[in-house]
Design a protein around this ligand. Structure first.
Ligand SMILES: Nc1ncnc2c1ncn2[C@@H]1O[C@H](COP(=O)(O)OP(=O)(O)O)[C@@H](O)[C@H]1O
Ligand SMILES: N[C@@H](CCC(=O)OP(=O)(O)O)C(=O)O
Length: 375
């Protein structure tokens, strides 16, 4: 397990850099910063580390080239900006990494590449092949073509999914803020930096606000969601400022900077990681405390008797979240019943399902084999 003291042992490292770090307040690319990042990551690759860069900035770079002062409002306009900007970004990375003799390869992903298990495995194989040849994959969401339903939507989540897919040791998210504060430091001067988070409780999730600038996308909220994916996949995560030169090296030296999220000791099996994080969540069921205990401590399947509420319009076969009465997400899994049927059978005993629905195709709403615990 990685802690600050042994971060230097991280071998496979995903670094995510946000638009707020890659651009100036003018909206133009911060070339000096990109150059320094390329130099630092190339040097780490020279040391034998396997580095993956997840970069935002396509929409920002495209907006600048197209002379747009505000973020495009319609999806096609945003996609057009991304199409223009992605080329610019890659051209610059290719040039700057090339200065240090480092080969890079562009990989553009969408949710479709993880929803389907074959494509999930294929993405992993491609990335591993690049790493095995000493290439730094440069990843972004394929914004120009991804449709709403199959969008990952933000690169914090994308970077955590990538880290999960390739069994990374560490994910470093570089932003325009030092780490997670007790409140948004841009609006609350009394906010205090949290150095270490061992448990992502609902309280921690509540601290996280939206983006700091109109250039950023998800703010701290998506970074905390990303941390949930990372730690449950056995990947430690650090949020740190991308504004400081040498920041990645400092993190790896174990300096007390930014916020570290300690990963769970047991990495989920790959199928369970795919189930929990590759697929979109289509709805939510709330369970009572007895059911919570049975799931967490008893290794049980989810039965109708423990369900107290249903949200969302999910179908049989969709992935749904199981939350406790305090709203904490306990698990995710593939449901055997659609939302309408769960509403009819919630609170009922298994032997009453036939009477309530006219048939009972399954005893459990989610079978244990198709369920992943997240706490
Ligand atoms: N609790 C918090 N701690 C730190 N930053 C926060 C918090 N809540 C909201 N934020 C905001 O999140 C911003 C970083 O996210 P974002 O603007 O999306 O940047 P990026 O482009 O790096 O993803 C910070 O600048 C800050 O304004
Ligand atoms: N894929 C988009 C970035 C999405 C995103 O999450 O942006 P950010 O919050 O700046 O990391 C782009 O390249 O513009």
């Amino acid at each position: 397990m990685l802690t600050r003291e042994n971060l230097c042992n991280a071998k496979r490292i995903v670094v995510k850099v946000g638009t707020s770090t890659l651009t100036h307040a003018t909206g133009k690319l911060n070339l000096l910063r990109i150059e320094k990042l390329a130099r630092e990551l190339s040097d780490l690759a020279n040391q034998g580390k396997q580095i993956i860069l997840v970069t935002s900035g396509a929409v920002g770079a495209g907006m600048d080239r197209l002379g747009l002062k505000e973020k495009p409002k319609t999806i096609p306009e945003k996609q057009a900006a991304a199409a223009v900007g992605q080329g610019i970004l890659l051209h610059i990375y290719e040039k700057m990494f090339g200065e240090y003799g480092q080969i890079v390869g562009q990989v553009l992903l969408t949710r479709a590449d993880s929803v389907n298990r074959k494509r999930y495995t294929n993405s992993r194989n491609t990335l591993m092949a690049l790493l095995n040849q000493g290439v730094i994959p440069i990843i972004n969401e394929n914004d120009a073509v991804s449709i709403d339903e199959l969008k990952i939507g933000d690169n914090d989540t994308l970077s955590a999914m990538v880290a999960s897919i390739i069994d990374a040791d560490l994910l470093i998210i570089l932003s325009d803020v030092e780490g997670v504060y007790t409140a948004n430091p841009q609006t609350d001067p009394k906010a205090v930096l949290l150095s270490e988070i061992t448990d992502i409780t609902p309280g921690i999730e509540e601290l996280a606000g939206g983006p700091g600038t109109m250039r950023g996308t998800g703010g701290m909220h998506t970074k905390i969601q990303a941390a949930k994916i990372a730690v449950n996949s056995g990947v430690a995560m650090v949020i740190a400022t991308g504004g400081r030169e040498g920041i990645v090296r400092e993190v790896l030296e174990g300096n007390n900077i930014g916020t570290i999220f300690i990963s769970k000791e047991n990495r989920l099996q790959i199928r369970k990681r795919w189930l929990a994080f590759g697929v979109s969540v289509s709805g939510r069921v709330t369970v009572d405390t007895g059911c919570e205990r049975a799931l967490l401590e008893g290794g049980s399947s989810l039965l109708a008797a423990g369900v107290t509420d249903v949200n969302g319009d999910f179908e049989q076969g969709n992935t749904i979240s199981i939350v406790n009465e305090g709203g904490r997400e306990l698990a995710r899994g593939i449901t055997n019943y659609c939302a309408e049927d769960v509403k009819k059978i919630m609170g009922a005993h298994t032997h009453d399902i036939t009477q309530l629905l006219g048939s009972k195709p399954y005893d459990e709403i989610i079978h244990r084999d198709n369920l992943v615990l997240l706490v």
